[in-house]
Design a binder for this molecule. Structure first.
Ligand code: ATP
Length: 233
């Protein structure tokens, strides 16, 4: 479904992503793990066209999207819940969700909001609350819900559990599995390597911009190098 071939991304002279080739099959949850600054966010954002890859190619459902604008990439069926959530703090929950479905017609927006409320009953209770006044966990649910509003076939998720309490983290990982069971393919970037690999069909390990390991989630959990570096021994 998603295929990256020899992708590199630079910020000026800094190489954040170095010749990465990977793929995500339809229906999978694929987790990308790596330490701070490994280039995980840069890789996800490169799939979205911002920043642009400095070399290599990205194909989605067989189409070359390497040089498409972010807007056109999103229209092809990719959505992202970004690092730091990036919700609109002064807008209500419903208004944030409407923004996520801005290119849909009114009935589709209403159906989308109903679907998000079904996934996240907490958001329904907070429908008319200003998003900036909600808890971190609620804001994360909103960021995921907003991404789902565009009815993506591929959802990119950047650190959805960062800074959240254990109970909320468990809920977010449950929701990721529910989203996949509804037919959405998930490419997940996480520092919480243990949980991310537990729910993943496959995983990749990124170190200083380069892929160093690729395997099933189950095998990576058993891998000595992964255990030492990312799973606390
Ligand atoms: P974290 O988990 O801390 O978010 P990450 O694995 O997502 O880390 P990136 O945020 O992609 O890593 O950063 C990869 C490298 O690129 C780092 O060295 C970082 O300092 C650099 N970098 C990221 N964004 C920029 C930018 N806008 N300008 C310059 N350098 C950047």
């Amino acid at each position: 479904m998603l295929q990256l071939a020899h992708i590199s991304t630079h910020y000026g002279s800094i190489c954040a992503v170095n010749q990465v080739s990977l793929h995500v099959n339809q229906g999978e949850i694929v987790s990308l793990i790596g330490s701070n600054g490994a280039g995980k966010t840069s890789l996800l954002m490169t799939v979205c066209g911002n920043p642009r890859a400095t070399s290599g190619s990205i194909h989605f459902e067989g189409e070359d999207i390497t040089n498409l604008s972010t807007h056109h990439i999103m229209q092809r069926g990719i959505a992202i819940s970004p690092e730091g959530r990036r919700i609109f703090p002064d807008l209500t929950v419903v208004e944030n969700l409407q923004m996520g479905g801005f290119f849909l017609n009114k009935p589709a927006i209403e159906a989308g909001i109903e679907h998000v409320f079904h996934l996240f009953p907490r958001l329904k209770e907070r429908a008319h609350q200003r998003a900036g006044t909600m808890s971190g966990g609620e804001q994360q649910m909103l960021a995921i819900g907003r991404a789902l509003m565009s009815k993506p076939r591929l959802l990119l998720m950047d650190e959805p559990t960062l800074g959240l309490a254990p109970l909320i983290i468990a809920q977010i990982f449950e929701i990721i599995q529910t989203i996949r069971s509804e037919g959405v393919t998930v490419f997940l970037v996480e520092q919480n390597a243990n949980r991310a690999l537990q729910i993943a069909d496959r995983g990749y390990v990124l170190e200083t911009g380069k892929l160093v390991l690729e395997d099933t989630g189950a095998n990576l959990l058993k891998n000595d190098a992964v255990r030492k570096a990312y799973l606390g021994g």
